[in-house]
Design a protein around this ligand. Structure first.
Ligand code: GDP
Ligand code: GDP
Length: 436
């Protein structure tokens, strides 16, 4: 399972600059299809063969000064709870500030690997100044310059060394769908889970997570076997007030990492908001299946087109990945609970679709030949061959003479055609154009 790295520290030490440096390379690949980078505080990266998530905790801070310190303390505590590795960034220009000392005090009690990272060491002269950070009482430190990149390779080496080796065929070992029920506070997650497993808790077994707490529990309901990933909703309520974007995202990250399909519960009375979008993109970025539940539908006053309009509004918000099932539920009246779980199982199946290469070429080559990418500077792109890659989640390669001339709109066109022919509803897919 991928590790989660949290970047903590007071404002202005360079957390987001470091974050960008850590995820940039990877982001460029992940977002080449949609052409957008949305969440600047959560990203995926890899180093020495280890994939991991990076969270910039400071990115979520809300401004005003008087609550700052308290806010940072809360964020650090949550990072400790949710992340596997903690990068504590300090600033060599400023030296140790009282707030740094405060954060260090919290971190000294923590058992997880902590990487004191002295930033803004742009030149060798500043290296000497970094020595004072031994006084934080957290042992050795790394010196980096997030701006010019020096030292970040060594930091990544050190981080990767503490990450578990990637398990081979992680997902294939586990046959049962793993669902994570996520969403904003109060959307109805716990109620949904209770309605699902409630009275006659059909728990079959408790599967202990590898190195973490037990978070996987197997259920049999409505004729389906599935694992439910423990989330904030069913975990004991945290002491932290979960009203910030940061907290719901942070809490969602781990369960999303573990799941195959994300059941995103949305409160219909509040619409589809920023936090819902963030969680949606977390799922998309992680190439997880998604089902959107528009819950509390019983509370919405309905006219003829209410459902259609609501659905259109949601699809607009999740562009360009709009091929996602949306189910209108009322957990209170148990309306479409079964449908929700059935849909999640379908998405799980869609995500495993494997299309034979010959069939895929038969279906797609005619289309791309009839509608080739527009010529650029008199150069014509000729697509010769295509295939689904042997990856765990659906990814496709189109081989051509000039892949660098294929632009995002064309990739989207191909993706849309592919989705018309094959059922990848709820499943993010990636399309690559490669040199023949
Ligand atoms: P955050 O508030 O901790 O996320 O900090 P930012 O990443 O926004 O950086 C705060 C300021 O420090 C910005 O003006 C950055 O350009 C600057 N900064 C970040 N990293 C470095 C660095 O390695 N060297 C120098 N000289 N400045 C840096
Ligand atoms: P969570 O924070 O996402 O786990 O949300 P809860 O499951 O605790 O639900 C928050 C509140 O919304 C509770 O008072 C629920 O009874 C209520 N609620 C949940 N689902 C529905 C629904 O479909 N309809 C109505 N009317 N209320 C709901």
């Amino acid at each position: 399972m991928n590790s989660i790295v949290a970047i903590v520290g007071r404002p202005n030490v360079g957390k987001s600059t470091l974050f960008n440096r850590l995820v940039q390379r990877r982001e460029a690949i992940v977002d080449s299809v949609s052409g957008v980078t949305r969440d600047r505080h959560y990203g995926k990266s890899d180093w020495n063969g280890k994939e991991f998530s990076v969270i910039d905790t400071g990115g979520y801070a809300i401004g005003s000064d008087d609550i700052f310190e308290e806010e940072i303390r809360k964020q650090v505590n949550l990072a400790i709870e949710e992340a596997d590795l903690i990068v504590f960034v300090v600033d060599v220009e400023e030296g140790i500030t009282p707030m740094d000392a405060e954060v260090a005090k919290i971190l000294r009690k923590v058992k997880k690997p902590i990487f004191v990272t002295v930033n803004k060491v742009d030149n060798a002269m500043r290296d000497a100044d970094a020595v004072e950070f031994y006084n934080l009482g957290l042992g050795d430190y790394h010196t980096i310059s997030s701006i010019n990149g020096s030292g970040t390779g060594d930091l990544l080496d050190a981080l990767a060394e503490k990450m578990p080796a990637p398990e081979e065929n992680d997902l294939e070992k586990e046959e049962l769908p793993r669902f994570a029920v996520v969403g904003r506070p109060n959307a109805g997650k716990s109620s949904f889970i209770n309605a699902l497993i409630g009275e006659d808790r059909n728990i079959v077994t408790n599967i202990a997570g590898t190195t973490r707490d037990s978070i996987d529990t197997k259920y049999n309901r409505f004729g389906f076997d599935f694992n439910l990933i423990d989330t904030a909703g069913i975990r004991k309520k945290s002491k932290v007030k979960e009203d910030l974007e940061f907290y719901s995202v942070m809490r969602a990250v781990r369960s999303i990492e573990y799941a195959d399909v994300i059941i995103l519960v949305v409160d219909a009375t509040r619409g589809f908001e920023g936090q819902d979008q963030n969680i949606f993109w977390l799922a998309e970025k992680n190439r997880k299946g998604v089902v959107i539940l528009i819950n509390k539908w019983d509370l919405v006053e309905k006219e003829t087109n209410t459902m259609r309009d609501f659905e259109a509004m949601v699809r607009k918000q999740i562009e360009p990945f709009t091929d996602v099932p949306i189910v209108f539920t009322s957990v209170l009246t148990k309306q479409r609970i079964f449908k929700a779980i059935e849909t999640a199982v379908e998405v799980f199946e869609n995500r495993k679709n494997k299309i034979a290469t010959s069939k895929f070429n038969d279906a797609m080559l005619d289309i791309v030949k009839s509608y080739p990418p527009p010529a650029i500077k008199g150069k014509y792109v000729k697509i010769k061959y295509c295939m689904q890659l042997p990856t765990q989640t659906p990814q496709f390669a189109f081989f051509c003479n000039l892949p660098q001339y294929v632009r995002d709109p064309y990739k989207r066109f191909v993706e849309n055609k592919l989705r018309e022919i094959y059922n990848f509803s709820g499943v993010p897919i990636t399309i690559y154009f490669r040199q023949k």
